[in-house]
Write a protein that binds this ligand. Structure first.
Ligand code: UD1
Length: 421
């Protein structure tokens, strides 16, 4: 298993190009299953989750071609299996995103249940109940979701809880259903919006995009003509590098990104003392060499503060001036990074879903373990300011969601190297 060794102390500076959004690429690649013609998808990030998605589609018989610029062309006309096997779903929960498209277009799907997850129980009941309401016949047996359906029927769906992949699955299914589907209490994350725009480009009729009420007038066919679509930039990767720079008192410019989808994060960085300037597709952060001030955050669905940035802010608070209160409301168990940060000298008290972080003068390098994607990012961020070397183990979690992290951080002046197993 690869490890990262990071020597703390370098102040980050320079420019970086942000990759395409993992959480938009995954549903959009799943949505290519709905298309009659081959579809080309660009700005695909170089990530392990993308490889897993390609393997998943490939095993179904779908034909995929990748060019040197990471444009992926997907032709689903060769599909011969409707199974998402356990060994792939286990490594990537987002595999559940093939459920909606498979049922809607082919009337059949067998998708392994995702199972336990380090950041909470994460059920998929809302996905399943929505499809049942649209007319699918679904049984859950031997750890698999088995679905059969004729043409799905449009209906009104009021989601019990805001769910990102749940909204996406139902949106994809509704695009091919007969009649109109209304999804209320829909997730408004920019990645849901990106998927909706992609579906409309393939000929879907979705309105209310970007709001919590999506109205989908079902069509008989999608993707009658071939299209190309570029994925939106990754707001979580953007936020992670901004914090990496902020914690080191640094100054960076991120290009090929979207400040307009990062309001809650940028506000908190300003509160932490960062000087932020933005253009249409770039963000500059300058700490002028200062240490960050502690900030309090409360995670909630978009446009509020994202749970996927919680761990990184916890790391920043660990060496900030003052006390920051971190409240996690989306995933009950998303504090696995805290124990590891404590091993580096952080002063953090955990009370139910709240972490009280009192900034300390210095963190010290230690061997630490990645537990999930964003938790790993927080350890890397802490390591950038820790005294001495930090060895981050199990970085396959990082490779799932951060495109060439050690190269990008090196480019900004960090001392970081990957050690193969
Ligand atoms: C997506 C993101 C993930 C992010 C999360 C919240 C992808 C691939 N992943 O995950 O990075 O952290 O949104 O922004 O886009 N829930 C139910 N029943 C369901 C579905 C969800 O109770 O059927 C609950 C979950 O347990 C959780 C909450 O709803 O407490 C939100 O989860 P959800 O938005 O579904 O997360 P994901 O889509 O899995």
């Amino acid at each position: 298993m690869d490890k990262l060794i990071i020597t703390g102390g370098a102040r980050l500076s320079g420019e970086l190009r942000i990759s395409g959004a993992k959480n938009a690429a995954l549903p959009i690649l799943a949505a290519t299953l709905l298309s009659q013609s081959p579809v080309s998808v660009g700005n695909i990030p170089h990530l392990h989750d993308i490889t897993t998605t390609m393997e998943l589609l490939g095993r179904m018989g779908v034909d995929l071609t990748v060019d040197e610029k990471m444009n992926i062309e997907v032709d689903s006309s060769t599909i011969n299996s409707f199974v998402a096997p356990y060994e792939l779903v286990r490594t990537m929960r987002a595999s559940i995103l093939v459920l909606g498209p498979l049922v809607a277009r082919f009337g059949e799907a067998h998708v392994s249940l995702p199972g336990g997850c380090a950041i909470g129980s994460r059920p998929v009941d809302i996905h399943i109940n929505g499809l049942i309401k649209m007319g699918a016949d679904i049984t859950v047996e031997n750890g698999f979701i088995h679905a059969k359906a004729g043409r799905l029927q449009g209906c009104r769906l009021v989601l019990e809880q805001i769910t990102v992949t749940g909204t996406e699955n139902l949106l994809m299914a509704a695009a091919l259903a007969e009649g109109t589907t209304i999804i209320e209490n829909a997730a408004k994350e920019p990645e849901v919006t990106d998927l909706a725009h992609f579906l409309n480009k393939m000929g879907a009729k979705i309105t209310g995009i970007g709001t919590d009420v999506l109205v989908i007038e079902g069509v008989e066919k999608l993707g009658v003509d071939s299209i190309h679509y570029d994925i939106l930039p990754d707001r979580i990767e953007t936020g992670t590098y901004l914090i990496a720079a902020a914690i080191t008192g640094g100054s960076i410019k991120l290009k090929n990104t979207r400040p307009d989808i990062l309001d809650a994060v940028l506000e908190k960085l300003v509160e932490a003392g960062a000087d932020i300037t933005t253009g249409k597709d770039w963000i500059k952060l300058d700490m002028h060499g200062k240490k960050p001030k502690a900030v309090s955050v409360r995670t909630s669905p978009y446009p509020a503060f994202p749970t996927d940035m919680q761990a990184q802010f916890t790391a920043m608070n660990a060496i900030a001036d003052g006390v920051g209160i971190i409240t996690e409301t989306v995933f009950e168990n998303r504090f696995m990074h805290i124990q590891e940060l404590q091993r580096m000298g952080a002063d953090i008290k955990l009370e139910s879903n709240t972490a009280i972080v009192t900034g300390v003068k210095k963190l010290t390098g230690a061997p630490v373990m990645s537990t999930d994607l964003r938790a790993s990012a927080s350890l890397v961020i802490a390591a950038l300011v820790a005294e001495g070397d930090t060895l981050v183990d199990r970085i396959y979690h990082i490779d799932r969601g951060y495109d060439h992290i050690e190269e990008k951080l090196s480019q900004l002046g960090a001392t970081i190297r990957r050690v193969p197993r």
